[in-house]
Write a protein that binds this ligand. Structure first.
Ligand code: ZN
Ligand code: MN
Length: 477
């Protein structure tokens, strides 16, 4: 057992899903040919003037509401000055003393226990460009397409004491932002990024230790590992009689270690001052109310609706809501076949299994919710067998199409061939006198054995119900 207690706070940057950038009309979409989505404003030409994107302001207010923040009635922008080649203006337009959102709370669930994480603030700012380092030619290239994409920065209080809590919080934030339509939260594309401030102190101590900041964390797995590694490093530093230095550290996933990047700046190093180009905003109650009312159904409300109105099991509802794309897919499917429980079962049992195996990519689906619903209906009404339904789903995943057509083409319908059924089952019974004896002496478990044998031999030629009925009749003769 360690003698130290870790404490962590997070700074999360999330890119907003606006069509255009925050201070100009350039596209805010991810990617693009380098420097093809730039104009004099976002590439920092002298004399240009920014114009604030109202949609971005609307989105940060929504973010504030979904994280239970106080929304400032008066907000303004500041310049954060620093020199780096990915920032052509040499300052970032951000917010220092009057951010849009203050003092929020977000509930998380860690191993069955509920905990409230406090949000310190959320402010609106602009993203910087990207540097591409060409090791072969020993040059660095600057791509300014990302310059000026609107960002919200979510700053938490130091309320985390384990990597599990951090991951639970990030998963919750991702869901909230996705469902509210604020950010797509694609970590691999950098649309949500997280820095972790981390310190340790002797157990029982009220004071916080000196903190370091971990940067360049690009997956939840990397974040969890980086936290563990950094806690261990700080323990070793203190145990060897040295002191932890306040600095920014980079995590190297391949080596499993953190290394010093630069000594951590304090706010005064950035020479913050009010941006003279962007007027402050005063929100009216009506404006805020309208934005609040436009927030779509959030994850917790969806779980509640699925459990209370549709009768799903809580665990199934949690799995479906846990991925917004799956959840929207479920909603779509239930529109064309009114059997939410059966659809949910098949999503949880078959679709999410294939997603987890990497067979299904929800971003590039070749079939619709309606196709999926039709397949579930065929299964529910005994038109296709379980195993043939899996074949149809595999075909949908691979090539798309309609379940009915696939069943036609590959001859996958249940034919209710009663003669064949009788022939096959009679044979099985004749060939297995021992299990028949067991069944007759009251051992009901062997019934499963007969069902399995019959299913295998019939290859979907009869429905499970028909097989069951005929078997029961024959076995009790
Ligand atoms: Zn621009
Ligand atoms: Mn920031």
């Amino acid at each position: 057992m360690s003698a130290f207690y870790p404490t962590m706070g997070l700074e999360i940057h999330a890119e907003l899903l606006t069509k255009s950038k925050v201070f100009c009309t350039c596209s805010a979409e991810f990617g693009g040919t380098p420097n093809s989505r730039c104009c004099p404003v976002c590439s920092g030409m002298p004399g240009t003037l920014p114009v604030l994107n109202q949609k971005a302001v609307e989105y940060i207010i929504k973010a504030g509401y979904v994280m239970n923040c106080d929304i400032s009635r008066f907000t303004k922008w500041d310049r954060k000055n620093y020199f780096y080649p990915d920032l052509p203006k040499a300052y970032q337009i951000s917010q220092m003393p009057r951010p849009v959102c203050l003092a929020g709370t977000v509930k998380i669930n860690v191993k069955g226990e509920e905990k409230v994480i406090r949000i310190n603030r959320i402010h609106l700012e602009e993203d910087a460009g990207k540097l591409v380092h060409d090791e072969v030619n020993r040059i660095s290239l600057a791509d300014y397409n990302r310059c000026g994409i609107p960002l919200i920065e979510i700053v938490t209080e130091p309320d985390f004491h384990s990597s599990d809590e951090v991951i639970a919080f990030l998963e919750k934030i991702k869901l909230l932002l996705q469902y509210a339509g604020i950010c797509d939260c694609k970590m691999e594309q950098g649309s949500i990024r997280c820095d972790v401030n981390i310190s340790i102190a002797p157990k029982g101590s009220d004071e916080l230790g000196t903190r370091t900041e971990l940067k360049n964390l690009n997956s939840l797995k990397a974040i969890a590992r980086a936290i563990e590694v950094e806690i261990e490093r700080q323990e070793e530093v203190i145990e060897s009689g040295e002191r932890v230095i306040q600095e920014t550290r980079r995590f190297n996933d391949a080596l499993g270690e953190t290394t010093a990047m630069r000594s951590k700046e304090d706010a005064h190093d950035y020479r913050y001052f009010p941006d003279p180009d962007i007027p402050p905003i005063i929100f009216t109650e009506e404006e805020l109310e309208a934005i609040k009312n436009s927030i779509p159904e959030l994850p917790e409300q969806r779980v509640e609706r699925y459990v209370n109105s549709l009768g799903l099991k809580k665990a199934d509802a949690d799995i479906i809501v846990g991925d917004k794309r799956v959840c929207d897919f479920f909603d779509e499917a239930t529109k064309s076949y009114d059997n939410p429980k059966a659809i949910a079962n098949y999503i949880v049992g078959e679709l999410t299994r294939r997603i987890n195996l990497g067979e299904v990519d929800m971003d590039a689906l070749k079939f619709t919710g309606a196709d999926f619903a039709r397949l579930v209906e065929l299964l529910q009404t005994d038109k296709v067998s379980q195993s043939n339904a899996k074949i149809i789903l595999g075909e949908l995943v691979e090539n798309g199409g309609s379940p009915d057509k696939i069943a036609d083409e590959q001859d996958l319908w249940i034919k209710e061939d009663n003669d064949l059924l009788a022939k096959v089952v009679d044979e099985i019974i004749a060939n297995n006198p021992k299990p028949v004896e067991q069944y007759k002496s009251g051992d009901q478990k062997v019934f499963g054995f007969f069902m399995g044998q019959a299913n295998k031999a019939l290859k979907g030629a009869a429905s499970p119900k028909a097989i069951q009925d005929y078997l029961r009749k024959k076995l009790s003769e």
